[in-house]
Design a protein around this ligand. Structure first.
Ligand SMILES: Cc1ncc(COP(=O)(O)O)c(C=O)c1O
Length: 292
């Protein structure tokens, strides 16, 4: 395993003229102040992008989502050009490997200062061969609110990629207790939402479906590439409301996300689901070969 690489971003927001705008820091040394609101409140935003053979996948889309998350949290606007340059420099400073990831974070900063703390780090990715080939068993768990929460209660920040992921980890432990590896979160009014760190994609006959992102879920960068793949295969890919009944009747289901890519679902709530290994294999090959 190579050593993780850390870059501090000194000029993370639009209008900040601090020079240099970023620089390498020691990933083995403490970096975040104990009073930082990310530590004390989970108050900040992040993104994780795949790095495959040196290429940072969907960087533009990740940066666009980062900027959207900042706006939802009333954080200052990240300077996407500075972040892109810093992220590329961090990847270049890391020992090459087939699959890596870059995670970038901007917090609300040390309480009372109003100055965001910002960094990016690069590390080797886990080996997800098993999940991509044998697939994963999932359980459905309720998120506890309706599918229209983003419209009715935007202050709950559903749809922003915040650092508050304790619930996202808790649902995985509940899945493990139930003998599964991952989760499909559902709304109280019967709709499928997303995984705790992934988007849900279904195949029903010749149609590919994913929940539309006006339902308090993240607009997945991987899901967008998955749609391109299926469209190139001649299938119709659609966004919409997806019911729990449709999920149970789907011909195939995948949880798709950066780094792990497409994990085929082989069981939902203890009921086996067939995995199309050949199609999934081609899908993952296409995802790993992305050039944008
Ligand atoms: C809640 C949630 N939904 C969806 C995704 C998938 O997004 P992407 O494909 O851009 O990684 C993630 C990724 O971490 C996530 O945390």
């Amino acid at each position: 395993m190579s050593k993780p690489v850390l870059f501090a971003i000194y000029a993370p927001i639009v209008g900040d003229t601090t020079s240099p705008a970023f620089g390498q820091a020691d990933a083995a040394e403490p970096f975040v102040n104990v009073m930082d609101l990310s530590v004390t409140r989970g108050d900040g935003i992040f993104e994780t992008a795949s790095v495959v053979d040196g290429h940072i996948q969907a960087l533009e889309q990740h940066l666009a989502r980062f900027v959207r998350s900042a706006a939802l949290l009333d954080l200052p606007t990240p300077d996407a050009a500075v972040w892109a340059e810093a992220i590329r420099a961090a990847v270049a400073a890391h020992e090459p490997a087939h699959e890596r990831f870059v995670k970038f974070i901007m917090t609300r900063g040390i309480e009372g200062t109003g100055i965001p703390t910002a960094w990016a780090y690069v590390d080797d990715a886990e080996d997800f061969t098993e999940e991509r080939t044998a697939g994963i068993a999932v359980v459905t768990l309720s998120r506890g609110y309706r599918h229209d929460i983003a419209a009715t209660s935007p202050w709950l920040l559903q749809g922003a990629k915040t650092l508050s992921y304790a619930v996202h980890k808790s649902v995985l432990r509940e899945a493990n207790r139930r003998g599964a590896q991952d989760v499909i979160l559902t709304a109280t009014d019967g709709y499928v939402l997303e995984g705790p760190t992934s988007s849900v994609v279904l195949r029903i006959g010749d149609r590919i479906l994913t929940p539309s992102t006006d339902q308090g879920i993240l607009a997945g960068t991987t899901q967008a590439s998955v749609f391109e793949f299926f469209e190139s295969e001649g299938l119709v890919a659609e966004y919409g409301l997806v019911t729990v009944e449709q999920l149970a009747q789907a011909d195939a289901v995948w949880l798709v996300s950066s780094v792990r890519q497409a994990a085929p679902v082989n069981a939902i709530d203890g009921v086996a689901l067939p995995v199309d290994f050949e199609l999934t294999n081609r899908l993952n090959t296409a995802l790993l070969a992305r050039t944008e």
